[in-house]
Design a binder for this molecule. Sequence first.
Ligand code: HH2
Length: 380
Amino acid sequence: MGPVLRISGRGALIITLKGLTAAHADILSKSFARSPEIGAGTNAAPISFSPREQAIDGGPTIILTGAPGQFRRLALDPRIPPQLARMLDSLLDNYLRSDYKIDCGGKILDLGSRTHIMGILNVTPDSFSDGGRYADPEKALDHAREMVAAGADIIDIGGESTRPGAAPLAEEEELRRIIPLIERLRAELPVPISVDTYKSSVAKKALVAGAGIVNDISGLRFSPDMATVVADAGAAVVIMHIKGTPRNMQQDPVYNDLVSEVMAYLAEGIELAVKAGVDREKILIDPGIGFGKTLEHNLLLLDRLDEFKGLGRPVLLGTSRKKFIGTVLDVPVPEQRVDGTAATVALGIERGARVVRVHDIARMAQVARMTDAVLRASTK
Ligand code: HH2
């Protein structure tokens, strides 16, 4: 038999270092451009090094490619400045971490065990996909029960549509729509309830009524005391990225560096929450698909979703039936975007999403279980 050759790319990680001081860049380039064997295992390829000048931020950018073990050894190299070594180690820890458990008021979501499904319950007359269908409380209750029976792990209740162009809703009306429902669902359902609101006054009452998670599309920015409200209740929180407000977010959103800017917003949101007293272990992050993003932005965020794992918190992804799917597939009716949604859910999970926020529970629960099974195959 002749030689057997195989190739695979998944073991290699790419680490980009930006904003280094010229001195640090110089150390790295001297150490690794000339000594590529550093950090290499006995029969592993060396870490590859490629310095690049980036015109946009002026400073040097260095790209390293290697296996996790090689980067671990790199961090131990005495020539690496200690602060950089610590950052490298923690980036690797974050990226490779999968054992997330989120305590939502006593109900534990074990996100490391499998992908979790967040079922959307919009009790609004005007949501982009299901507006008006569950505005009646009895219908909303029935739908929540159905979603749990179909595999929802969380029920996310929203009283105000945040679709592009939507105007803000008065607090009293939002409360009227959601509070009695949360009380009843809390008493009846085995799964945690999440409240989709950016108003701290609404979140506060929803948490008293029995919600265990605050899903804030503004990433704790629209209500200055939202982080304190979450902290005081000991609740879990989803910090989502948005550029602008629902009313103006789709008016020509522009980024210099999309992924970096969305990540920086989420990283700041995490620190804001922790500073206010939120338990870091109760925070989820979400790149906010469709919130101040063009079609190309949404596709790029999905493709590069794995980079968000570097922030060290589980990623939630909300693509369900959204307009970018309709644009790619030329399907104007949101209810007919289920297959497109399935593609984004499978790919999102492969790229690291731990929770998917969806309308079509039974179908997406199957997509998630199947994707999980494939991804687990090589770790058994
Ligand atoms: N998307 C919507 C609302 N809330 N929350 C998170 N964390 N992530 C999302 O992507 C997200 C969200 C918009 O979708 P939907 O609730 O279906 O529509 P509407 O805002 O029109 O009620």
